[in-house]
Design a protein around this ligand. Structure first.
Ligand code: ADP
Length: 464
């Protein structure tokens, strides 16, 4: 896996290399063309000059001509041919004469111009400018004046240019690569700071430390911000988890302590069978409380891992509610509570959900209403349609719940009156299970309550 810095560096350097190559090739082509044109112009002008200083009578290349035309200094050679193409004279720096080409002889160039060509002789290539001299416009050619230069001299100049281009390009590429490497480090410094800070965070510091948000970098500050939001959520989850574990162990410890105390007292001396029986009955109650608690914790654990709903089916909510009300009728009678079930419509109201989970929701709500209302009060389960929802209300005329408790009612292990609800066998998990199960069905649950008048719990589920 390549680092971001390496990737930035490689891309930048590759781009620079491509740009330099393109630039180099263009410069090379243009410069070579210009250099060739330069040589050709130079040779053409020298050939024409020579054509002017020699005559058919005096067509030797005398030393003064070489001097005048700067033959030695400018590294070129001269030749003169008679009108019939026979060799007449050559400059002293040309070892062997190079014959006049047919091309140059045939040429119909008017006076004042020259033919440019590349000729090979003695294993060397020459750039040659041939000026056919006429005395007057339209007259026949009286002689051929030639200026020539070995091509290796031209090629040496080209090679020098190429060497400059290559070494300049390599130097620029190296400088660019160094710049890219150090710039990328500078750009990514904030990222590595962020990474170091994130790596340095331990779980115990979740609540205390947050990452520094750089103000001069939009992307990085967005990254740091969302990381900090993630930390906030993690911290909240962590705190909830810790509180849950603490509450759960506390809830488990209480019945265990009671059990141990009762057994220890019972074992202190021999007792009558009736006394042992009483102890066992009390033990059984504590054990039932423990079973309920672990069962509730298990239910929450299932919801937490996302398998609250094991199987979805079409559930008729009115039937389900009347079933729950019928099952809890005994408990209600025992506590002198009048429990009814009311349907506001005759059409079947169905939801798509898990029957067992929905039964659990209704049982918890109705049981709470019955258990927390004093004798003589009423509990009504009302099912109605409020598109796109199906609304189920559990209404009691009991003592109500004080407003400060309402926002916490659905939290795990939250109880309004700790002592009282323990005597009812409650551990404060019932409503949190209700909320989790209803939300797993894409529904919602809420409560309104007034001290002295009673409470209404409302569950809304999407209608099937
Ligand atoms: P528990 O297992 O203690 O019943 P719940 O989560 O079901 O826990 O309920 C939380 C608290 O809300 C209870 O301790 C009780 O004080 C209060 N509560 C719930 N339902 C009602 C109600 N219908 N009327 C009055 N108080 C209620």
């Amino acid at each position: 896996m390549k680092s971001l810095r390496a990737r930035l560096f490689i891309s930048f350097t590759a781009l620079l290399l491509a740009a330099l190559l393109m630039f180099g090739v263009i410069v090379w082509l243009v410069a070579r063309e210009a250099m060739t044109n330069d040589v050709d112009d130079f040779l053409r002008s020298k050939a024409m000059l020579l054509g002017r200083v020699v005559t058919p009578m005096r067509n030797r290349i005398e030393p003064w001509i070489e001097q005048e035309l700067q033959v030695q200094e400018r590294h070129f050679m001269l030749q003169v041919f008679a009108a019939d193409g026979s060799m007449a004279g050559k400059s002293s720096n040309l070892a062997h004469a190079i014959p006049l080409s047919d091309e140059a002889r045939r040429s119909e160039h008017p006076a004042g111009n020259a033919v440019i060509e590349t000729l090979h002789a003695d294993g060397r290539a020459y750039r040659v400018a041939t000026h056919p001299r006429r005395d007057l416009w339209g007259d026949p050619v009286v002689l051929y004046a030639q200026a020539l230069m070995p091509l290796d001299a031209v090629q040496a100049r080209e090679r020098r240019l190429l060497a400059w281009l290559v070494s300049g390009g390599v130097a620029m590429l190296a400088a660019g690569a160094v710049a890219a490497w150090s710039l990328s480090r500078q750009w990514l410094r904030s990222v590595s700071h962020l990474e170091e800070a994130a790596r340095g965070l331990s779980t115990s510091e979740l609540g205390k430390r947050r990452l520094f948000v750089p103000s001069d970098d939009a992307e990085l500050s967005a990254l740091a911000n969302s990381f900090n939001h993630l930390l906030d959520r993690l911290e909240a989850a962590h705190t909830t988890q810790q509180r849950f574990t603490a509450d759960a162990s506390h809830e488990l410890r209480t019945p265990l302590t009671v059990l141990r105390g009762e057994i220890e007292v019972a074992l202190r001396k021999p007792r009558a069978a009736e006394e042992y029986r009483e102890v066992l009955v009390s033990n059984k109650e504590e054990i039932e409380r423990l079973s309920r608690l672990t069962e509730n914790m298990l239910a929450l654990a299932h919801v937490d891992v996302g398998d609250a709903i094991t199987q979805r089916e079409l559930v008729n909510v009115s039937e389900l509610c009347s079933g729950v009300a019928a099952r809890l009728q005994n408990l209600a009678t025992e506590r002198q509570i009048t429990l009814h079930h009311e349907d506001t419509t005759t059409e079947p109201l169905s939801v798509n959900g898990d029957r067992i989970a929905l039964e659990r929701v209704m049982t918890n709500l109705v049981e709470n209403a019955v258990r927390y209302s004093p004798g003589g009060e009423n509990v009504t389960v009302r099912v109605s349609k409020s598109p796109p929802w199906i609304e189920i209300q559990v209404i009691d005329t009991g003592g109500g719940i004080a407003p400060e408790h309402l926002p916490h009612l659905f939290e795990r292990f939250y109880r309004v009156d700790k002592a009282r609800s323990r005597s009812h066998g409650g551990s404060g998990l019932g409503l949190s299970i209700v909320k989790a199960l209803v939300e797993a069905h894409d529904g919602s649950v809420g409560v309104t309550s007034q001290i002295g008048h009673g409470s209404t719990f409302t569950v809304r589920l999407p209608a099937a």
